[in-house]
Write a protein that binds this ligand. Sequence first.
Ligand code: NAD
Length: 476
Amino acid sequence: MGLRQYRNFINGELRPASEVIQVENPFTQQIIAEVAKGGAAEADDALQAARAAQPAWAKKSAAARGEVLKQFAQVIRDHRVELAELLMHEQAKIAPLAQVEIDVTATYFDYYAGWARVYEGEIINSDDPQENIFLFQKPIGVVVGICPWNFPFFVMARKVAPSLLVGCTTVLKPSSTTPLTTLRFAELVAELDLPPGVLNFVAGGGATLGDALVRHPLTDMVSLTGSVEAGVEIIKGSAEKIMKTSLELGGKAPAIVFPDADMDIAIKGVTDSRLIFSGQVCNCAERAYVHASIYDEFVDKLKASFEAAVLDDPALPGVTYSSQIDRAQLDKISDMVDKAVADGAEVVTGGRAADKPSGYFYEPTIIVGAAQDSQIVQKEVFGPVLPIVKWDDYDEVIAMANDVEYGLTSSVFTRDVSTVMQAIKDLNFGETYVNREHFEGIQGFHAGWRKSGIGGADGKHGLFEYLQSQVAYIRY
Ligand code: NAD
């Protein structure tokens, strides 16, 4: 039997392409599917379709557009087990987490459907008593959404749900590494009564298809979730057009553990943050700063907690951790740990690829003794490696936490409310979690400072990313 084929979805049609992308199951290391590989021609077709569909889509009521999002939520729920299995196979995400991602994605569409009758403009007092100033909110137009491989289905919804709800039309590019769940969703969307061109899915490479989508004159906005490097390229590609970009990029989140922290909560919070999806999450705790008075106890307990991870087939019950996404990711993690050790740091646990018959496994790893200015403390690993740094002084630890080029998330563990409030004031990150793991809610606002991005996603503020204002001065 041949490999399962997935097609692009352009102007309401599922279309093959002359070239294909082969998709590997990282755990079995087998090729499991072939995906139509789009390029400049597919970018043009999809954007022409999105442009043609946009005025009529924007003229519908927001409530009517919200009904479409509810249909998306329903088809996801109707296929929730199938979609979760596909997600597990394309990226070695453990089965329960894959199911959570699918279910949260359905909820996400419902959540933004609920905004249809909620978002609004403003009436502003004029200096002239015979005048009203109205601030309208209008859709930006044609949006290109570009997704990473780590939460491919959820991040797809993060771009599609708010953009469609406010009257934009969308071309969505999944990562070439994990396009299957998104393209299976495209097959399900193809069976709905959606006007052609409103939503298009095209798979392909970043430097080829992605770049063509960004630079195309019909694109009004790009929303990327990915690396800082891709963000830089997208800013370059949008510069001449002066185009809006919304960028959700990498992070190097600090977790600060204070002397009065509840130790069990801190251990659980840091472990869950660092080891969820085998360490491949943008907002994960990437560095821990632990007060000297509890440092030894924390390191011992975290070591035990990391060593309790169950590494195996993502489909098996009880497994908590599986393969990295691919060989390149495994090699990158190994290189960063080797460099940390060469620079004088010490491995407490892990520090090597796990000995498994198949898959790209890297052991959950704790490193101590790394300098603040070393690569392992400064650069995103995006893998299951946690450097722990000892601290004595509040001002010093805040300075170290803030001293990175990223500014996505952060966390503090303490029982003292004054410490909580002071730390939130002093930390320069888009998110701060207190006494819990790093993981955002759909009604919050996920937005990084510095190189972690521009703009953000989720909640009210994520919706307004896809709107532009028009002020009307009305004298009567
Ligand atoms: P990546 O930057 O390699 O790829 C992301 C997407 O951008 C892919 O679809 C890719 O094809 C595309 N792309 C790459 N170069 C491009 C270009 N020149 N023009 C247009 N598109 C281009 O990232 P990845 O490896 O898929 O994901 C991991 C990275 O994503 C990590 O840095 C992680 O922190 C980040 N991430 C951030 C968030 C967040 O919400 N801030 C969430 C998930 C992942």
